[in-house]
Ligand binder design. Structure first.
Ligand SMILES: Cc1cc2nc3c(=O)[nH]c(=O)nc-3n(C[C@H](O)[C@H](O)[C@H](O)COP(=O)(O)OP(=O)(O)OC[C@H]3O[C@@H](n4cnc5c(N)ncnc54)[C@H](O)[C@@H]3O)c2cc1C
Ligand SMILES: NC(=O)C1=CN([C@@H]2O[C@H](COP(=O)(O)OP(=O)(O)OC[C@H]3O[C@@H](n4cnc5c(N)ncnc54)[C@H](OP(=O)(O)O)[C@@H]3O)[C@@H](O)[C@H]2O)C=CC1
Length: 452
């Protein structure tokens, strides 16, 4: 579409990430009215090979595609810089003015960097991990800061290099794992595939359900053994004190340790791209984490402007669901925002999407399938009121059910456990399993028989 031409579209979606593309694809299912995608990048992210493990939990791949490959979609490669929410006009960097009836902002987020030096690197998506691997080729030692998804991915994927992993917590991957499952992975990485198939089952209640209670006490400086030619030194419960560069990059930690490395990876979370110039004297509500606030209909405080994916922050709660900036939720939110926009446009009653009844996430860590359901780490619960059922088979599976008042409220399933459907049903139906506690994770009992 040429510049300076008055463009008018019923629906406009900003951003070619998972949320934006999911929103556009869903809108095309609901309506034949014009849908326009504005993406600052000609490369967009599409979901492929989707596989449902339960009614809600789905795993999928994310592929980079050229915008031309997205069928029957009007698009403009441009950057939105401002909006007039009263006149319903978008202004772009290439001087276009676009009139909309319903607008969805899917502008994502940007990596938070510890420092803006060129030897401190952030990663925007898993694909840049591959790019990163190419530049890391010449390096011998990298220092990774952060204990979330990216750091966990990197520590596993980087080979032939020494890694210093600096985390604030007592165990690794704290945004996903508890101490017990962190120990499971560390055992596996240190001893490769363990030969003895020892099945251990535990039941914890009250105090012992919090933090590191689930596994042996972690000690600082634990190392993963030599795995694929890499050496991982983990520095627990410490942070960066200073980063400087002379011949090499020098990093001082708050625990007094000093490391020399080739560069630092700042895997320290993301900041939503929520800064938007609003040219009508109003302002959009922003949450404390910097995301654009959305209500249960994904609508922002500005009428007819919706938001989905990393850029937004939900201002509603759900009993077994919470927001986490993931592909999983970018896709769910993008599709649901489309339904919300269309329902509002045709003035139809809207019901909240079923997927927000239950937090689900399918991913893999250290080569193991990981399915997280509900409050898998007792998020937001009083740990004293929780009970945990755990079954561990070294090198094969780690299963943890979180229970409150005799009902399952969360599950962490690592390995091919085939328990995801049972766990999803138990959480959604809130079945009292008080009398089944000893059998629930007994591998010799087909627990499904209880519920047929
Ligand atoms: C290294 C890394 C690895 C990850 N791995 C996983 C994983 O394994 N599993 C998982 O569930 N999640 C993962 N995530 C999180 C996941 O990538 C995000 O939650 C998800 O991609 C967010 O999608 P989005 O569409 O909201 O934002 P984005 O994917 O960031 O897309 C935003 C789009 O908007 C465009 N844009 C921004 N501003 C403007 C503007 N003003 N005008 C026009 N266009 C604009 C951008 O160019 C971009 O195309 C990972 C994240 C990172 C950083
Ligand atoms: N397989 C998957 O599902 C993957 C998902 N992702 C997602 O992508 C997004 C970005 O990933 P990522 O960047 O790892 O973000 P995450 O939010 O997952 O983790 C950020 C980590 O950095 C720590 N941190 C933040 N600031 C500092 C600091 N100044 N010094 C030391 N540590 C700090 C946080 O600690 P604290 O918790 O104490 O704030 C946290 O451990 C996340 O939403 C993540 O869930 C990414 C990769 C893979």
């Amino acid at each position: 579409m040429s510049q300076n031409q008055q463009i008018d579209s019923t629906y406009v979606v900003i951003g070619g990430g998972i949320a934006g593309i999911s929103c556009v694809e869903a809108l095309k299912l609901y309506t034949t009215e014009p849908v326009l995608l504005i993406s600052e990048s000609p490369i967009v992210k599409v979901v492929t090979d989707i596989k449902f493990y339960t009614k809600i939990a789905a795993g999928f791949k994310v592929e980079d595609r050229n915008l031309q490959c997205i069928e029957n979609t009007e698009y403009i490669i441009d950057k939105i810089i401002a909006v007039n929410s009263i006149e319903h006009i978008i202004y772009t960097a290439n001087h276009r003015e676009i009139k909309y009836k319903k607008l969805c902002l899917c502008t994502g987020a940007t990596p938070k960097l510890l420092d803006d030096k060129d030897y401190v690197i952030g990663l925007r998506d898993t694909h840049s991990v591959e790019y990163f691997q190419s530049i890391v080729g010449t390096a011998n030692k990298v220092l990774i800061v952060g204990n979330g998804g990216i750091a966990t991915d990197l520590v596993y994927k980087l080979n032939g290099i020494e890694i210093i992993w600096v985390i604030r917590d007592e165990h690794i991957s704290s945004h996903f794992l508890d101490a017990g499952s962190a120990e499971f992975f560390s055992n596996y990485l240190n001893t490769q595939q363990s030969s003895d198939k020892v099945i251990k089952r535990f039941r914890y209640s009250g105090e012992r359900t919090s933090g590191a209670a689930l596994g042996p006490d972690w000690h600082c400086g634990a190392m993963f053994g030599n795995h694929d030619g890499k050496n991982v030194i983990i520095e627990y419960k410490t942070e960066i004190k200073s980063i400087s560069k002379s011949d090499s990059v020098r990093v001082e930690l708050t625990n007094g340790k000093v490391y020399e490395c080739d560069f630092v990876v700042s895997a320290t979370g993301v900041t939503p791209n929520s800064n938007l110039d609003i040219r009508d004297g109003s302002s959009v509500d922003i949450a404390s984490d910097g995301g654009i606030k959305v209500d249960w209909k994904m609508e922002t405080s500005l009428s007819d402007i919706f938001a989905a994916g990393d850029v937004c922050t939900v201002d509603w709660t759900s009993e077994h669901w919470f927001q986490m900036r993931l592909w999983t939720q970018a896709r769910q939110m993008g599709m649901y925002a489309a339904k919300c926009m269309h329902s509002k446009h045709i003035n139809e009653t809207l019901l909240q999407d079923f997927c927000f009844e239950l937090f689900t996430h399918v991913t893999s860590f250290f080569g193991f399938k990981v399915i997280l359901l509900g409050l898998y780490n007792a998020q937001g619960l009083d740990k004293k009121e929780c009970e945990l059922l755990v079954r561990v088979t070294n090198g094969q599976e780690y299963i943890k059910l979180v229970l409150q008042n005799g009902r399952v409220v969360g599950a962490m399933l690592i390995g091919d456990t085939d328990l995801e459907e049972m766990c999803e049903n138990l959480i959604l139906n809130q079945i009292d399993v008080t009398n089944l506690m000893d059998d629930l994770l007994d591998p010799n009992i087909d627990i499904e028989d209880y519920f047929d």
